[in-house]
Design a protein around this ligand. Structure first.
Ligand code: GLN
Ligand code: ZN
Length: 764
């Protein structure tokens, strides 16, 4: 029989129960007992769901109150010294509050202290806590949470497979702190603890342990490749079976390495990398299990069961009992249950599958290829076929005008009329800005008042007209404040936006929204990405009336504010029936129309935000250029429809530009605003070394803290910037948008910023 399993299930709960209870616990509203009980209830419910669906195992180890990478760090005793947990570690019992303090700097008990760094898990939107590694660090088994969860599952009568981040990927995700050293020097000690964990699991009666090693789909230095063999030779002595799980891409040059590992099974991603299935089978040793991930764990589209069955039959012939089936990766990255989406129209809902539905897909597929399909399975196949045939032919998806427009794009469409050198002359004439012009990144405080108005509007308690009036009042206030502060390029403040992607998605055709389609982003924070299901068009202008109104209130050039095509793409679930590049270009053309309409309405400065450009980079370096080519072209397409005198800004809120500076320059935005305050202007080096030709606004203060920056500090930062970039090309602005701040901080901070610019003007 073909084994069906999953690599992990979303832990947040269909109604975000986990978020609610952890936040209540942090606030002190519920006790530790209540928190633990709710965690246990969620685990049990998820296992029950998996068993009821007919999976051969339930997944244990995918639960975490905050993050599964943090769980492993705690288990290894990798708790940095500042958390003062040496005793807890040596007793083998790190407290949950210690883990929470590692995650967020504070917990109901213990002294607040700087949290660990957080970053995105491979190319997902899930953030993990970065393990902090020190030279000579020694690891020790410091938590028995996992073993309790295993007992819990066993006592409830489930058949668990345990899942853990593998030792190499855990080290790979870690960051060396203090003096530089080779992270691999810690491997032996890490393996000591993994061996102990595996023995304990074996004693508990666990047969299979899945060790996630997605590092194997990345470019690994030789030493790391060799370390894999060494590590798994050591772990193979454990009296249970290991399944090494790889996902998010092809094994590529790590393929023969992965298939040579002395483990009982290997999982591969056959959605992102369908071509590798055959070559992996060729190299697998005759007793090894191959788990094929054919149901998309990263996206929400329904699987074409009939087609997958055809693809799998020859694989089944080759592998027989050694074939396992699973989603491509953990289901952590998709929403929980489509059945809750009662407001989604049934046609569209028929094209989708969330985590719960993907379990059925995997189980049915296994039965189909085993020739043991029941009438329910047959029904699932025919329903999927019918829905997907309808999807392929649907007039809601294919707009001939969109494909015609895309086909007609020429190289000229992505180029501004003149070079930056020419444009800057026209812009100086049109805008008459002082040296060191001051501006902000777009949003002003999203007060509870604004959010209440939006909630009332969405609930139908506030009319469209009243809502618009309320937003106009807010815009008038924000513009007036900026006049008083003396900002050179004001903004309208983005009060009308709930979220920088959702706001545009709601107005573009081809997008759909769910009610409960939450996906964990980090800790208790969840996001609800829009679904791009069809060709994208812009039926009517989206932001023009707001910007036009804002411009009518001031003589200064009002900056129009848009989210860029790459960011909209990156933060959505994207259709899988055409290349991402095509969808991105469609969004770009819709935005181009908006940019041109803004210009027609008298807006002379337009910002197109691309904070997600960098995170779209593929996991393998050799794929970077192809991505950057279409990403850059998309941005250019959205921007290039305007006259030389119209100034295009872009904004990116991160600080690593070295390896993509060529692409950043190719965007050819007249002005780029970036995050720099925390890096002390060091990241301007990349721009200096590249001889970046256009204007730059290096953020002079960090908007992530409530601290009010002082004038001298910002002047000093700009002086640093001036060592690298000439004064005529420097702007003065904060690091990012101000929507999470309060007016009490924003006003004095911006007043100081404007004063800093004035002082600079006197010196240059
Ligand atoms: N214009 C957006 C804002 O100010 C940019 C946000 C972002 O870069 N993430 O809120
Ligand atoms: Zn930003």
């Amino acid at each position: 029989m073909t084994v069906s399993h999953i690599l992990g299930y979303p832990r947040i709960g269909a109604q975000r129960e986990l978020k609610k209870v952890t936040e209540a616990y942090w606030k002190g509203d519920v006790s530790r007992e209540v928190l633990e009980a709710e965690g246990q209830a969620l685990r049990c419910a998820n296992w029950q769901t998996q068993q009821d669906a007919g999976l051969d195992f339930v997944s244990v180890g995918d639960f975490a109150f905050y993050d599964q990478v943090l769980n492993v760090s705690v288990m290894l005793g990798a708790v940095p010294a500042r958390f003062n947990a040496q005793q807890e570690v040596s007793k083998g019992n790190v407290d949950l509050d210690t883990a929470f303090r590692m995650a967020r700097g504070r917990a109901p008990s213990g002294t607040p202290v700087a949290a660990c760094e957080m970053t995105k898990y491979f190319d997902t939107n899930y953030h993990y806590l970065v393990p902090e590694l020190h030279k000579g660090q020694v690891f020790t088994l410091a938590s028995d949470r996992l073993f309790h969860e295993v007992d819990e599952a066993l006592q409830a009568g489930f058949t668990p497979k345990v899942t853990l981040i593998g030792p190499l990927t855990w080290l790979w995700l870690g960051k060396a702190k203090g003096s530089e050293f080779d992270r691999l020097s810690l491997l032996d000690s890490v393996l000591d603890v993994y061996s102990e964990i595996l023995s304990r699991l074996a004693t508990q009666g666990i047969e299979w342990v899945q060790l996630d090693e997605p590092a194997l789909v990345q470019d690994l230095p030789l030493a790391w490749q060799q370390a894999f063999e060494r590590a798994y030779h050591r772990l193979q002595s454990a009296p249970l079976k290991l399944l090494v799980a790889t996902y998010f891409g092809a094994l590529g040059d790590n393929l023969s390495l992965a298939t040579r590992l002395p483990v009982a099974g290997l999982h591969i991603d056959a959605v992102r990398a369908p071509a590798q299935v055959e070559s992996v089978i060729d190299r697998l040793s005759p007793h090894q299990v191959l788990s094929v991930g054919l149901v998309d764990g990263r996206n929400i589209w329904r699987a074409d069961l009939a087609a997958l069955r055809e693809r799998l039959l020859p694989v089944k012939v080759r592998l027989g009992q050694r074939l396992w089936l699973a989603p491509s990766c953990s289901l952590l990255h998709v929403p929980v249950d489509l059945a809750q989406e009662t407001e989604l129209d049934s046609e569209l809902a028929g094209w989708l599958a969330f985590a719960r539905q993907k379990l059925d897909e995997v189980v049915t597929l296994a039965k189909l290829i085993d020739n043991r399909a029941t009438p329910i399975d047959e029904l699932r196949v025919s329903e999927a076929t019918r829905a997907l045939d309808a999807r392929r032919a649907s007039a809601r998806i294919h707009q001939p005008a969109v494909s015609r427009r895309l086909a007609a794009i020429t190289a000229k469409d992505s180029q501004r009329q003149s070079s930056y050198a020419h444009r800057s002359v026209a812009q100086r004439r049109a805008l008459a800005l002082p040296l060191f012009p001051t501006t902000t990144i777009g949003s002003f405080p999203q007060t509870s008042d604004i959010r209440a108005a939006r909630r009332a509007f969405k609930a139908g308690e506030l009319s469209q007209a009243d809502y618009e009036t309320r937003m106009r009042e807010e815009i008038a206030y924000v513009v007036e404040r900026q006049e008083v502060l003396g900002l050179d390029v004001p903004v309208h403040g983005e009060a009308e936006r709930n979220d920088m992607v959702e706001y545009f998605g709601e107005q573009l055709a081809g997008f759909a929204f769910t009610r409960f389609g939450w996906v964990q982003s980090y800790g208790s924070r969840c996001v609800k990405p829009p679904i791009i299901f069809g060709d994208v068009t812009r039926p009517v202008p989206m932001t023009v009336r707001w910007s036009e109104y804002a411009q009518s209130l001031t003589d200064k050039p009002m900056k129009g504010m848009l989210t860029g095509p790459v960011t909209i793409l990156q933060w959505s679930f994207v259709r899988d029936d055409q290349p991402r590049a095509t969808t991105c270009r469609q969004i770009a053309l819709a935005l181009r129309d908006e940019v041109v309409d803004l210009e027609k309405a008298g807006i002379q400065v337009i910002q197109i935000d691309e904070p997600a450009l960098r995170e779209g980079l593929p996991l393998r370096q050799h794929e970077w250029q192809a991505y950057l080519d279409w990403a850059v072209e998309s941005f250019q397409l959205s921007a290039a429809g305007v006259a030389d005198s119209t100034q295009i800004h872009t904004h990116m809120c991160y600080s690593e530009f070295n390896d993509i500076i060529g692409a950043i320059a190719a965007l050819d935005a007249d002005v780029i605003t970036i995050e720099t305050s925390r890096s002390n202007m060091e990241l301007l080096d990349a721009f200096q070394d590249f001889a970046y030709p256009n204007e730059i606004g290096p953020g002079v203060y960090d908007i992530h803290t409530p601290n009010i920056p002082d004038v001298a500090w910002m002047v000093a930062l700009m002086e640093k910037g001036l060592e690298k970039i000439p004064a005529e090309r420097l702007w003065v602005n904060p690091d990012c948008g101000l929507k999470t701040r309060g007016w009490a901080e924003v006003e004095p901070a911006l007043a100081n910023m404007v004063e800093a610019a004035k002082q600079l003007r006197q010196r240059y």
